[in-house]
Design a protein around this ligand. Structure first.
Ligand code: IPM
Length: 358
């Protein structure tokens, strides 16, 4: 298969982790006779520094022509301390989501057996957790009307029926291929937008009789996710709740450096780790590349390259099993760098039966 991939490394540790994902994709292309080409573009703070805007036209055009987008990370603390700034690096990412209508964000949360003791939660509570979060990504409070003055500010959370329906069908279909359970997370006891979600999702549930629908308020879900995460199969939720709950869920996995995501629209798709730019770690070789590498696996899944994606995941499992991991996860070795993790998974793909720590 030929795939033209737009690469947006972005800020902070983004370039380092994305380089490992590209290395792994190149190994896959070689092994399976695919042709993957990569075209880089600017986004975020680095784009602001070079062009004055977080999402340059050229980046939009490169992404528009590409089959998929591989995204790194966004943000720079130097832009965090001016609450009045009207241009921010994060607008680059939000602009991509809006421009390409990437309305379904899929975030798998898996408790790896080899990492159970890395979580600050109890092993018996998290063992076996396997959740798929479906976060609405192109609407809600992130994109509603905004108003700011010195005395008053507001962000409108607005959802249209069609915006809820399209992701809901995808989430139900995902549940059908898993444990047949869907939990809608909302705040329907307070928010009108949540009541619309609940009404529509309950209505659509009738089309999927083999899936059990459960509805949970977000405050309760935040607690249940920690005390009994195994009860969840697919979680469906709106934009901001999904942002918060998926970051909370990284505690189950042991490190946010492991959580990958896919942001899917009808015509475009983008793949990105859920972690941010972690600027303090930039160029220190300590950034965990696994979330980016697993995002590359999700990219391959999107094009139905399932064997290829499975081989990447096997490589990741093996790296975790042998403690070939960056310091956020490692208690055994203290010198495993970002590049070394990428090299290990690359070697594994080239030679699955022979790769060991050397
Ligand atoms: C995420 C991030 C973004 C979000 C930021 C960087 C705008 O937290 O992808 O989860 O809030 O959606």
């Amino acid at each position: 298969m030929k795939l033209n991939i737009a690469v947006l490394p972005g800020d902070g540790i983004g370039p380092e982790v994305t380089a490992q994902a590209i290395k792994v994709l190149k190994a896959i292309a070689m092994e399976f006779n695919h042709v993957f080409t990569f075209e880089k573009a600017l986004v975020g703070a680095c784009a602001m520094d070079k062009t004055g805007v977080p999402l340059p036209e050229e980046t939009i055009s490169i992404c528009d022509k590409a089959d998929a987008i591989l995204f790194g990370a966004i943000g720079d603390p130097k832009y965090d301390n001016d609450p009045l700034a009207t241009i921010r690096p994060e607008q680059g990412l939000l602009g991509l989501r809006k421009t390409f209508d990437l309305y379904t964000n899929i975030r798998p949360v898996i408790a790896y057996d080899d990492l159970l003791n890395k979580s600050s939660l109890k092993v018996k509570q998290i063992k076996g957790t396997n959740i798929l979060i479906y976060r609405e990504l192109a609407s809600g409070i992130y994109f509603g009307d905004k108003h700011f003055s010195n005395d008053e500010a507001s962000d409108v959370c607005k959802y249209k029926r069609s915006e809820i329906e399209r992701i809901t069908h995808l989430a139900f279909k995902a549940a059908q291929g898993r444990k047949h359970k869907l939990t809608l997370v909302d705040k329907a006891n307070v928010l009108a937008s949540s009541r619309l979600w609940r009404a529509i999702v309950t209505e659509i549930a009738k089309d999927y009789p083999d899936v059990t629908l459960d509805c949970m308020f977000v405050d309760n879900a935040a607690m249940e996710l920690i005390i009994n995460p195994r009860q969840f199969d697919v979680i469906l939720t709106e934009n901001m709740f999904g942002d918060i709950l998926s970051e909370e869920a990284s505690v189950i996995v042991g490190s946010i450096g492991l959580l990958a995501s896919a942001s899917i629209g009808d015509k475009h798709a983008m793949f990105e780790p859920i972690h941010g730019a972690y600027t303090k770690a930039k160029n220190k070789g300590i950034a965990n590349p696994i979330a980016s590498i697993l995002s590359a696996a999700m990219l391959l899944d999107h094009f139905a390259l399932y064997d290829e994606a499975a081989l990447i995941r096997e490589g990741v499992d093996k790296a975790l099993n042998l403690h070939i991991t960056t310091p956020d996860l490692n208690t055994k070795y203290d010198n495993i760098s970002t590049t070394k993790v990428g090299d290990f998974i690359e070697d594994f793909i080239n030679n699955p039966d022979e790769t060991n720590l050397n």
